[in-house]
Design a protein around this ligand. Structure first.
Ligand SMILES: Nc1nc2c(ncn2[C@@H]2O[C@H](COP(=O)(O)OP(=O)(O)OP(=O)(O)O)[C@@H](O)[C@H]2O)c(=O)[nH]1
Ligand SMILES: [Mg+2]
Length: 284
């Protein structure tokens, strides 16, 4: 086991524990201009995992390339019958894409939704490993952490590494959690978790990932981290990094003002004002 110690703090006020293996799993792939990488992302999902995935949903976020056609063509060529492609006509941003994926998971009776980036930055080979805490009934949300592995060895640029460390420190301090990072895009949610938080009220931009975590915190749900490899290749970076950093800090400020009863935050109103005792994150 690596990563943060739980210090024996608090028990979950979130969902109940209980092992389950018969989960209905949606693999949701956010994709924007990902025609070049989508086939290999799908191809890299291990066969044993493919057997367990009930459906793959590619959400093409109004790409300028032919991401949706490539996805459909690849599924046809490989005989992947349970792959569906949703093409949004208007680009809703990275957060907007997640809203489509998670809503689809809830409305179609899935138990779990795995977000797997369409640009190949997150290893499909690790999916089974990341699902384990969900199978064991120990997590409502599983978070793939690069920081408990070798982020610099995987090519994370120094400025990103330092920015990640700084933001994570601030987020842990404010939220009372002990996560090793908040900024990876390898995430798994149970739909029971998603039903408890109004994720559709979160931003459509990149800091959706921070806002939804704050909702998870307010709802007192359980987060488990698992180590994932870091990969930075030749993919294009669309994230406006400085703006993203400030957006994350603004999210933290909104949480503080909300929980201090000074200014209500619209996407946190569902949970009242007082956050429940922090359920410590566990790295399994
Ligand atoms: N940029 C961008 N990506 C989107 C959008 N909708 C879905 N995506 C997909 O979401 C995933 C994450 O987007 P990236 O821009 O790579 O962001 P990131 O991985 O968080 O950040 P980087 O480390 O800079 O790659 C990719 O697989 C995209 O194809 C969108 O509107 N914009
Ligand atoms: Mg990326």
């Amino acid at each position: 086991m690596t990563g943060p110690d739980t210090n024996g703090v608090g028990e979950s006020s979130g969902s109940q524990e209980g092992a389950r293996r018969d989960l209905k799993i949606l693999c949701y792939i956010p994709a924007y201009n990902a025609a070049a990488t989508i086939p290999s992302v799908i191809d890299r999902i291990p066969a044993s995992m493919m057997e367990k995935i009930d459906e793959i949903l590619v959400v093409d976020n109004a790409s300028e390339d032919n991401t949706h056609l490539v996805s459909k063509g690849y599924a046809q060529e490989k005989g992947i019958k349970n792959l569906k492609v949703h093409r949004s006509e208007v680009n809703g941003g990275y957060g907007g894409s997640q809203k489509v994926g998670y809503r689809y998971a809830i409305d179609n009776g899935f138990d779990v939704v795995v977000m797997l980036h369409g640009d190949g930055q997150y290893a499909p080979e690790k999916m089974e490993d990341l699902l384990e805490p969900i199978y064991q009934g120990k997590a409502d949300h599983v978070f793939g952490s690069r920081m408990t592995g070798d982020p610099r060895g995987g090519g994370m640029p120094l400025h990103r590494f330092l920015g990640n460390k700084f933001l994570t420190g601030a987020e842990n301090l404010i939220l009372g959690w002990n996560l090793s990072e908040y900024h990876s895009g390898y995430r798994i949610y149970t739909t029971e978790c998603l039903k408890k938080i109004p994720f559709e009220k979160c931003t459509g931009e990149y800091h959706f990932d921070s806002e939804i975590l704050v909702q998870v915190r307010m709802a007192g749900l359980r987060v488990v981290e698992r180590t994932i490899p870091t990969f930075y290749g030749s993919e294009k970076c669309y994230v406006p990094l400085v703006k993203y950093g400030f957006d994350v800090l603004r999210t933290m400020r909104a949480y503080l003002l909300h929980t201090w009863g000074i200014k209500s935050c619209h996407y946190l109103e569902f949970a009242g004002v007082k956050p429940p005792k922090a359920v410590p994150s566990v790295c399994m």
